[in-house]
Design a protein. Structure first.
Length: 318
């Protein structure tokens, strides 16, 4: 008797109709979910890929190379070489300083980097020569005028040798190495001081000096205005990290400054964060997530197919 009731319930048209409605509802739900997940996965993949291809133009700043660093801005030779090799391994192309201004106005869709040194310490001479000899990379040297031909600084002959034989691009790092904002507040005519230093350095180098970097990175709108109105300087570099392929100001060009692990300024943008660049890391993560969504979409599509087959079977029975 009980088996007869079971058979009757299974063949009851009302039950079959109810089951069909449930299966259809599940089919629609799985189909809609799979379509949404496919759209999300494809969109995320495209967005992630575009992120990985974003151009990156980075200017690196180093100060002094030494085997026994005593200051946070001093770097061992092995560490400096490791950075260069890592940039090359991450498909960055070295920028020839003579091409830099052209790339600023016409950025490429590539990753590129330029090496700069500040101050003009005596040790900069061997560092720049080694980088050029070992990697074929031309550097930029921002020279403090008052350091030239002093015990702690380069000699005029060394400066000319770097310029002539290593393709080094010479820029100004101020007359002194004092904070320009503080000097301006003390009444110094910053524009005149920088132009006089630029003129003297141009005479020594035998060619016009058109670039400078701010000592300590210190600058403001008033200093930039003085430079624009009273000097022949075209580009000025800061120590604020940033991708200058995306945005830049000619008198406030970002650079990534090397600071050692014990630096109090470790929260500043770090060179290490460029290996690989942040957009590439975010793009890679987005692509990984898109693949996960793609497999979720497939699983939902397979369930939708299963429900579709069940609908066909139930329709036949009805």
């Amino acid at each position: 008797m009980s088996s007869q009731k079971t058979t009757n319930s299974q063949t009851d048209p009302n039950n079959s109709v109810k089951r069909l409605k449930i299966v259809k509802r599940n089919f629609v739900l799985m189909a809609v979910e799979s379509v949404i997940l496919f759209i999300v996965s494809i969109s995320a993949f495209v967005y992630g890929y575009k992120l990985t291809q974003n151009p990156m133009m980075a200017v690196l700043l180093f100060h002094a190379e030494t085997d026994m660093p005593q200051q946070s801005w001093e770097i061992p030779q092995q560490k400096l070489d490791s950075y260069i090799e890592s940039f090359l391994a991450n498909k960055y192309e070295p920028i020839n300083p003579t091409d830099f201004e052209n790339q600023l106005t016409k950025p490429t869709n590539k990753r590129s980097f330029m090496i700069t040194f500040d101050d003009g310490f005596a040790c900069n001479y061997e560092s720049i020569k080694r980088i050029y000899s070992k990697y074929g990379i031309k550097s930029v040297l921002f020279m403090v005028e008052d350091f030239l031909d002093k015990p702690e600084g380069l000699t005029s002959s060394q400066l000319l040798d770097l310029q002539k034989n290593c393709g080094t691009f010479i820029g100004l790092h101020g007359k002194t190495h004092e904070n320009l904002i503080e000097r301006l507040a003390s009444g110094t005519d910053i524009g005149k001081e920088l132009e006089d230093a630029r003129t003297n350095l141009s005479r020594i180098c035998g060619k016009p000096i058109k670039w400078m970097s701010y000592p300590y990175g210190a600058n403001n709108e008033e200093i930039q205005k003085a430079i624009a109105e009273k000097t022949a300087i075209d580009l000025a570099f800061t120590i604020e990290g940033g991708n200058i392929a995306l945005t830049h100001k000619n008198l406030a060009i970002n650079r990534y400054m090397y600071m050692g692990a014990d630096s109090p300024n470790r929260n500043d943008p770090l060179i290490d964060n460029l290996l690989p660049p942040e957009d590439y890391r975010n793009g890679s993560l987005t692509i990984t997530m898109s693949i996960m969504f793609f497999f979720f979409a497939i699983s939902r599509a397979l369930l939708a197919l299963k429900f579709y087959k069940a609908i066909a079977i139930l329709n036949i029975k009805l």
